[in-house]
Design a protein around this ligand. Structure first.
Ligand code: TNX
Length: 535
């Protein structure tokens, strides 16, 4: 792993050196409005005029990227046609390009547009940059050279489909929008107290019982006793999931599925009450919060169930990482449970925190034996980290800092900057949200590498992620309203060079890209665009 980092640093050094030699002074004119901001743009005089239809040359093996490009340009109102020689736009893989992973070089000069990368993902991101140029310039593209690569390898957005269920078509749209702004990990939060959303063939009651709740609280859980009395739920079939995984892969997005344990498991317990400490009966939760009932850590059948579930999950999701949750587990039940206490004794554990650590380590061992790795919320630090676990730091950055110091990989998602369920403007003028206040500028200001870490420890920070908990988001439109444009600010946090970040410049580019968001019918929040005459 260390060698990889070294190669990366050297490659980055070489590329920065090369580009500083050739770059003309940059300006931020409309003609090269790109989010996230690329590593280097050198502009030249002149334009290249795309023909009608736009011709493209692309090696046969990269046809899927070519097809996507045609679909994307069609959305912008242009037709494309394949042409082997002298095409307007040529896509090619070029092994001699020395750039960090996912990097690309886009050259536009008087003879045409050339897009080159060492990897397919690099070409895909170059294509996204080109699409933004087309969206803002139409067919008259400015002559320029862009060299670009991401700052972080993990660039994530999350979506909670447990509290509210969103149809497969919306999940695809969410993924497609992510890809346009160069995110590469979709953390799909599939199980919750209020609903289990993934079909598991071996346990049909997860579909029949756990996927449905009888009612949903109306208003804020902190101050309401009102319920709507309506049955609510849904789940993704395995066929739908396979289709979504494939759709994401075509966009170079890896899905990180999350199966929560030992907490946030009330829906599963309602279906299989034998898996809880008390034996139930349990109900699928109808309000939001943290509940005392967890999977029983003393019963072997809990682990058999979870391993069976994870077997089906692994069959569906080819990515290395499986998120196993681990957050918000009150120890009330385990303290009173005879079997949990027996387990503590037998395994010579100190307390219930160590029991949680035992639980996570046992699952980790199973997943590692199948070639997979676990990610857990930062509570998995309590009672001792599982040996190969990656920590997702959400209660501030402290968990991430502690994990990096223990040489564990980290994904930063601290609430103050990365929680897209927080209010983005004054609560009085906004639709009901969970709380907090995280406007676009706050998200933009986030720096994923804490000062308190040494350079070596910083290498353990894989990147950052925006979290979208949906207690108070019932519809796809509302999700988009909460996510955009804040996700664009985060896209720049995880992709663009730190020293080039500038909020005013970002806002300028956002303004220029607004027509693209409109064309894609994104229901973005308007606050940062608001003029006195604007609505
Ligand atoms: C905490 S973040 C949770 C979620 C809630 C969220 C609301 C995390 C690991 N757990 O269950 O939805 O706060 O912001």
């Amino acid at each position: 792993m260390k060698a990889i980092y070294l190669i990366r640093i050297i490659a980055m050094g070489i590329s920065l050196f090369l580009y500083s030699c050739t770059s003309a002074p940059e300006n931020n004119a409309k003609n090269h409005t790109i989010i996230p901001l690329p590593v280097s743009i050198s502009t030249h005089s002149g334009i290249y005029h795309l023909k009608s239809p736009v011709t493209i040359s692309i090696p046969d093996a990269l046809q899927p990227i070519g097809n996507l490009f045609s679909n994307y340009t069609a959305q912008l109102g242009f037709k494309t046609k394949l042409k082997n020689k002298n095409a307007d736009i040529s896509f090619s893989l070029n092994p001699s390009i020395i750039l960090p992973d996912e990097g690309y070089i886009l050259t536009i000069n008087s003879t045409g547009v050339k897009l080159e990368a060492q990897t397919e993902a690099g070409l895909f991101y170059g294509m996204q940059t080109l699409l933004q140029l087309i969206a803002t310039n139409g067919k008259n593209l400015p002559c320029l050279e862009i060299t670009d690569f991401p700052r972080f390898a993990y660039r994530g957005l999350h979506l909670d489909v447990g509290r509210h269920f969103f149809p497969p078509d919306f999940i695809k749209r969410y993924i497609d929008l992510m890809a346009r702004f160069k995110f590469n990990r979709f953390h799909w939060h599939l199980t919750e107290d209020q609903g289990w959303r993934i079909e598991i063939k071996k346990y049909p009651k997860l579909q029949e019982v756990a996927a449905w709740r009888d009612s949903t609280i109306v208003g804020h859980a902190g101050n309401s006793n009102k319920y709507d009395g309506k049955r609510y739920g849904g789940f993704y079939t395995q066929d739908e999931i396979r289709d979504i995984v494939q759709y994401a892969a075509e966009r170079y997005i890896t899905i990180v599925p999350e199966i929560e344990m030992p907490g946030h498991s009330r829906a599963a317990l309602a279906a299989y009450p034998n898996l809880g400490c008390t034996g139930g009966p349990y109900t699928v939760a109808t309000t939001w919060g943290v509940f005392d009932d967890l999977y029983c850590a003393g019963k072997d059948e809990t682990f058999i169930f979870l391993q069976d579930v994870l077997d089906e999950v692994m069959n569906l999701f080819p990515g290395t990482y499986i998120h196993i949750g681990g957050d918000e587990c009150p120890k009330t039940r385990w303290k009173q449970c005879r079997l949990c206490q027996q387990r503590i004794k037998k395994e010579k554990l100190k307390d219930e925190h160590e029991l949680q650590s035992y639980f996570i380590q046992r699952i980790e061992k199973y997943l590692n034996s199948k070639g997979r790795r676990i990610i857990g919320w930062d509570e998995i630090l309590e009672g001792g980290l599982a040996p190969n676990a990656t920590v997702m730091s959400w209660r501030g950055e402290e968990g991430g800092i502690a994990a990096a110091k223990q040489q564990h990989q980290v994904i930063m998602t601290p609430g103050n900057w990365c929680y897209l369920d927080h209010y983005q403007a004054s609560a009085e003028t906004e639709p009901l949200a969970i709380g907090g206040f995280t406007p676009v500028e706050e998200v933009y200001s986030y720096e994923p590498l804490p000062d308190s870490l040494t350079e070596t420890e910083k290498k353990f920070i894989l990147g950052a992620q925006g979290n979208v908990w949906t207690e108070y988001m019932k519809t796809p439109e509302h999700v988009e309203y909460m996510v955009y444009p804040r996700a664009l600010a985060l896209a720049e946090v995880v992709w663009s060079p730190k020293e080039k970040k500038n909020y005013d410049d970002f806002l300028n580019r956002l303004q220029q890209l607004r027509p693209l968001l409109d064309r894609l019918k994104v229901n973005y929040a308007r606050h940062v665009f608001q003029q006195p005459t604007d609505k």
